[in-house]
Every structure is written in C-alpha cells, then in structure tokens.
Ligand binder design. Structure first.
Ligand code: BGC
Length: 743
C-alpha cells in the first residue's frame, strides 16, 4: 500500500536508469575465487553494468486491478540493469517477468523476487507483536513456514522478514512488526521465524530466503518518531538491541537489510562498523546486504555525503551489496569505478554474494520453479492453513482483565456486539498484510455467529477516530436488549506500522466515551481490543469488566476471538511489551536498572514521577487465564556453582482453578552486584506448559554461566562471580526468589 505512494520515485529512478544502457567490456580484474566455478565463470563474462544490474532491486507496481509491468521495468530487465524485483508476485506475473530475464537478456541471469511477507502471504496470521505474545516458538515457526509455502508457490524467493528490532517505545508504529521489548525472547523468536521461512533450506520450493531487518537499532528512534535519529551507548546497543540480529544470522538468515537510522552518527547504510566489523568479521555473515528502500539516497539528507554519487560510494565501501529502489548504484557506480573511487573487487564481491543465492535457489536450472499454479492453488488459504492461523491467533490473545469471571461467555447469554471494529475485516488483517485480503477474513460478528453466539443486536456506536457521538443512541438501544456487551474498539490498521508513530497512544476518537456510556447501563462490558501497539488504557481498565487484547489477529480473527470469548480456548498469551499508563512514562520496560535512588513510595527523593506511578499498567509477561496458577518457591540444585557448570532451578506449578489451561512460566535473574549496573530483572528462560485442572508439575530450567554473562566494564562478554536472585513466575513482577552464587 505504501509503495503506491513511492511509485513516483520509482518512475523517476527508472527513467534515469534507462539512460544508462551503454555496456562496457567484461572486467579484467582477477576475482577472488569463491570456490564455486559457476559463479566465477559467470562473473568473468559480465560487464560492469551487468554486475551493477545484479546489485539493483526495484519495485513493480500493483494497481487495484492487478500487477502492471511498465516498459521501463521491462527495459531494465532486458538490458541487465536490474537483477531483482519486489512487490512482484503471483504465478503469471512472476513467470512473465522471469521469462524476460531468461529469454531476452544477454546472460540470461534469472531474477530474484522479494516481498514483505511479514505475517502471512494470503493466509494472514496475527501481527508479529501478537504472535510473540503466544510465547509459543513452535506456533511462530509454523506461521512463518506457512507464509513461506504460500509465498514460494506464488513465485517469491525472498521475504523482507523477520523484523527483529527491539521495541521499547510504543509510540513507534513499527513495534507491531517485532517481538516486543525483550532481547532474550526477541532472539528466540527471531530464530524461530528464520527457521520457518527458510524451512529445510534454500532451494526447496516451499522455502523463502529470510532477510533480517532493520539492521541495526531501528527500533530506538528518539521520541518514538519513525525514521528519527538513534543514539545509544555501545554497551546498551550490544546488550539489548544487537543480539536478535545476531540470533537471526546464526539461525541461517541469508540476507540482512540495513536500517534507515544512523548509529553513532553514521547512517547504517554507510556504516562500516555495523556492516563489516560486526556483521562480517564478528558474525561471519556470508549472505548479502540490501538497503532499506532509498537508504543510500537518504544519506544525503542525513548530511554525511554531498550527493547521491558519494552516497553510493560510501554504501558500497561500507558493505551494501544491493540498492533497493534508489537507483544510485545504477546511475553512478560505473562512474565511481572508472574514477577509481570504488574497486572492481568490491563490486565483484557483492555480485558473488547475490549470484550465490540465485544458484542456491536453483534458478539457473529452473527459473520458474517457484511460480507454480498447482502448488499455489493447493496451499493458498487452504483449510489447514486457515486452521493454523486460527490456532496461532487464539494463542496470541492476552486476557488483561476479567472481573467477576465475566468471561467466558455462555451461549445462553444475550450479546450486544458494539463498536467500530465489530464488523470490519480489513483492519483485522492488520498492517503489512502481504497479499492478504479483508474479503477472506472472518469478522468478529461472523466469528460469534459461527460459534453459535449470534448477537441479539449489533451497533457501531462511533467511528474509530472521530469524536462524533451520534451513534451512541443506537449502541445503547442495542445494549438494552442484551445481558452482556461485547465492545470491539481499538486502532485502524493504518494507525500502526511504518510511518505511523503516534504521540497519543490512546484508543482514539469517541471510543472510550462509548465505553463510559455503555458502562452506565449497568450491563457487563467485555472490551475486545484490536490494535498494533501497546495503548494507554487506564480508563478502559477502570471501566471494563473484561479486556481481551486481540491485536490484529489475521484472516481467522473472528473465529479465534470467538474461541476465546466462548471458552472453547482458554487464553494463554502474555504481553511482550509493557502497557504504559500514560505516554509520559515512555519508555517503560521491565528490565530497567535500579538507579542510585530506587523508587520508594515513601520518599520524594527517589526516582519517580510526582504525578504518576513508575510501574506500567500491565507489565511485560502479564496475562490472565480462565484458570489460576500457583507457583511454589523455586529451588536450586546447588547454592553455588562455578564457570563451566550448570545449575538447575526447579519450581512447582499448580493449576488451582476449575479448567485446564496453559501457563507461560518465566524465569528471571537479578545480578546483585556487577562491575557495571545490571537490570533489576532479566528474562533468561521460559516454558509454556499445559496443566489439567488441579494438576501440579515440577518445571526445571537449566542455566549455565553464559546465562549470567553480560558486557563487563571492559566490554568483554562474560560472567563475574557474585550473587544472583532468581525468580520464576507468571509475569515479570513476581517475588518468589531463590538465591545462587557464581564462584
Ligand atoms: C520498510 C521495509 C520494507 C521495505 C520494502 C521500507 O519502507 O522500512 O521494512 O521491507 O520498505 O517494502
């Protein structure tokens, strides 16, 4: 959707690129052999322009009636000026574009097709922030697997996911694409998603290449304003923001996308420290790096280079292999090579990395192997995929409040379904919804009907973001006919995501006032929240009888929500981002430091606000169930352990309620004394377990000294001897502690 807005830039870039048709002779420089003779043979035949073509990625258009191929694109493909395309999908479209590449170009190098398959291709799963709340790594992997299978059958080779940016600021709209605020959980989810996308390996027709993004620290724009500057200490960066990218690379992600922001004063797109020192030297990354959109051109606006040509030189020298959309490489790189500002060896290196993946995909043997109508037909929106989407969706929902056990509803209760999101479909598939369509989505109304809970009355009440209250009367009339009100409120899908930062992260418009009016009827009100980020909802928390956070839960949203409301599924999700009480608390996150004057309610001179609590409304890790769980006091296999040894923490967990249920048991550590200040809590392990009512299980967690390691004062990663408190509980705010010492 956003790409339509960008299409003017595209046309401009394409026109410019078409002026560069002149070919030069194949390079004379001796390339450093890769060990793959196919690559070396091909590289030796390529002109400089053809090499730069492989380093160039453009978007195609997608108009309401379907895909379009402008002559500009065709010419760029034909002349070898463009080796990869994005937003080009579906079997016929990719086959046609691929045909031009392999039949009409001099070297017949197949195209690479990329796309933002973020939480599903056609069968849309919950937004990643929602999926993360499931704490179910198998489910998250399955979701990526299905997305890859559908996408690959539609001709795609490459997804611009997973997005692994740590998000501690809910004003930033893109927190919806990530896993939340915690580094440990973020790493595990990054790995699961890479495994899901890449399946049994690149080259299989149900796998797509993963692209870990946005490297690096894009999730920390100052003020939560998208595209803004990032500034943080290296310690903070390495400890909290960097690990998920590394985890994704080590899980096998074959490509990396450089972020728009600067890091330590240098835009990531031109940042050798990030792209060479950390990525290649420290992590031994072997794949290729692509810009985020016009990231190269944007370095001019960042003010680190005078013009696009210099930006291209900086980018290629820093380690950017592929230029997305900006056409800087295509316009200027040949000139830069001729002037000696860029070495041919640098170009060759980038082209080798790109060709290596095309070979690995098997495109030289069969360029059409991914565009397969039969496979697409069999997999896209198949009943199994929809069932998986429903399952992941219900697992991702978080029960925030449930006063007097108003939930689950029973089928005899008369329901009034009210709210601007009661019947919508487009919003439910959320932002970054790939090729998904609202038309395939199950609305909340339909979900309730399917579950045999047909509402006695339905009313919108108000729009999502208007103050107009003229619909309240109809909503109150609807409520009057019912025993219970289900109120579907939240954000519109385009209120979170890219370029959707919000200074007021409330439930917008008259929606809160609608709740107040409905509450005044005395009927119990169950709020079903649909949104892409943590919101400030203290008024809703005060007034609603129950609150179910459903995020934007995808194609099967309505059925999944009905499963939870009816009790067919007992909610088990836990927040992976704190919900602030007010924007003034932001950033608020669980793993903060103690500070020299830790919060003390009885002392003014401690770190606090004079007008608001320090704690968020709902903390990281929080979420209720229809049953209750009791944790015993954790015990340690030994009170002291040495480097190289492991220690086992055990805890008894009992389902003390009346229904079976799943619980996410979370283990946190607190390093009491370090050479540098340490957080009051750090997640180090978790388990999602199912317990029958009345059942008790003993959970065990094995930790090694690595789990107690951090960047010490000398910036070396390792552990220090000392005492640690370990807690195990159902959220980040429990206090049953065992103390252990590392000798
Ligand atoms: C976004 C990326 C996305 C790219 C291509 C950019 O604007 O920041 O996340 O992959 O567009 O659509």
């Amino acid at each position: 959707m956003q790409h339509l807005l960008k299409s003017t830039t595209v046309v401009f870039c394409l026109l410019l690129s078409m002026t560069l048709q002149a070919q030069t002779k194949p390079a004379k420089t001796k390339p450093k052999p890769t060990g793959d003779p196919r690559i070396e043979k091909l590289l030796a035949k390529m002109t400089l322009e053809e090499k730069i073509g492989q380093m160039t990625l453009y978007t195609t258009d997608w108009e309401s009636t379907g895909p379009t191929i402008r002559d500009g694109y065709k010419n760029d493909i034909r002349s070898g000026n463009c080796g990869a395309l994005f937003n080009s999908h579906t079997v016929p479209f990719t086959r046609e574009l691929q045909r031009i590449a392999v039949e009409e170009t001099r070297l017949k190098i197949p195209l690479l097709f990329g796309y933002d398959v973020i939480h599903g291709y056609k069968t849309i799963f919950p937004i990643p922030l929602g999926e993360a709340a499931s704490w179910d790594l198998d489910a998250i992997e399955r979701s990526a697997r299905i997305a890859a299978t559908e996408a690959a059958a539609s001709g795609l080779h490459w997804t611009f996911a997973p997005m692994v940016d740590i998000g501690r600021d809910p004003r930033w709209g893109r927190v919806m694409e990530g896993a939340g605020e915690d580094t440990y959980l973020g790493c595990r989810i990054a790995e699961a998603r890479v495994r899901g996308f890449q399946g049994k390996g690149i080259g299989n027709t149900d796998a797509v290449i993963a692209c870990v993004k946005h490297y690096a620290a894009y999730g920390a724009p100052i003020g939560g304003r998208d595209y803004n500057t990032v500034d943080m200490s290296e310690r903070f960066f390495r400890e909290y923001y960097l690990p998920p990218y590394k985890a994704a690379v080590q899980a096998g992600a074959m490509t990396v996308m450089a972020s728009f922001n600067d890091y330590d004063g240098v835009p990531a797109t031109g940042n050798k420290y990030l792209l060479q020192h950390i990525l290649r030297d420290e992590w031994a990354f072997k794949g290729f790096v692509v810009t985020d959109y016009t990231g190269i051109n944007e370095m001019v606006k960042h003010g680190v280079v005078p013009d696009d040509k210099a930006a291209g030189e900086l980018a290629v020298q820093a380690g950017i292999d592929m230029d997305m959309q900006g056409a800087v490489y295509q316009r200027f790189l040949a000139q830069s090579v001729k002037e000696g500002k860029v070495k041919m060896a640098q170009i060759d290196e980038a082209v080798r990395r790109i060709l290596a993946l095309k070979f690995q995909l098997g495109l030289f043997e069969d360029p059409y192997k991914f565009s397969n109508a039969q496979r697409a037909q069999a997999t896209i929106l198949s009943p199994e995929n929809r069932a998986a989407a429903r399952d992941v969706a219900r697992k991702s929902m978080v029960l925030l409040k449930n006063a007097n056990q108003v939930l689950p509803l029973n089928k005899q209760q008369k329901i009034a379904l009210i709210g601007p999101l009661a019947e919508t479909k487009n919003d439910l598939i959320g932002n970054w919804s790939g090729a998904g369509s609202g038309a395939d989505c199950v609305s909340l109304l339909e979900g309730l009907q399917n579950a045999g809970m047909k509402p006695v009355a339905v009313a919108k009440g108000c729009a999502i973001d208007s103050e107009d209250q003229s619909g309240f009367k109809a909503a109150l009339d609807a409520a009057a006919q019912a025993d219970v009100v289900v109120l579907a409120i939240g954000e519109r899908a385009d209120m979170s995501g890219e370029a959707a930062s919000r200074a007021y992260i409330t439930v917008p418009g008259a929606q809160e006032a609608l709740l107040t009016a409905l509450k005044a009827t005395g009927k119990p009100v169950v709020v079903v929240l649909m949104n892409g980020r943590p919101l400030t909802i203290p008024n809703i928390d005060r007034q609603a009888d129950a609150i179910l956070e459903t995020w934007w839960s995808g194609t099967e949203a309505g059925n999944a929500i009905a499963d939870v409301l009816s009790g067919a599924y007992n909610p088990s999700g836990k927040l992976t981002m704190s919900f602030p009480r007010t924007t003034g608390q932001i950033p608020v996150y669980y793993n903060h430091k103690s500070a020299g004057r830790p919060f003390d309610p009885n002392s003014k001179w401690t770190t606090k606000y004079i007008d608001e609590a320090n704690a968020p409304l709902y903390a990281f890790g929080y979420g209720l169930s229809y049953t209750s769980f009791k944790y015993g006091v954790p015990t340690a296999s030994k009170t002291a352990f040495k480097k190289g040894e492991s220690i086992v923490i055990s805890v008894e967990l009992t389902n003390t309620g009346n229904v079976d249920g799943e619980e996410v048991a979370q283990l946190y550590i607190h390093d009491l004394v370090g050479s540098v200040t340490r957080p009051v809590r750090e997640l180090k392990a978790f388990q999602k377990v199912m317990l029958r009512k009345g059942e008790t299980k003993t959970l065990t967690f094995t930790l090694s000294d690595k789990d107690f390691s951090f960047f010490k004062q000398n910036m070396k990663f390792g552990s220090e001897p000392g005492d640690f408190e370990i807690t195990v509980g159902g959220n980040s705010d429990t206090d049953n502690v065992v103390r252990v010492s590392l000798k």
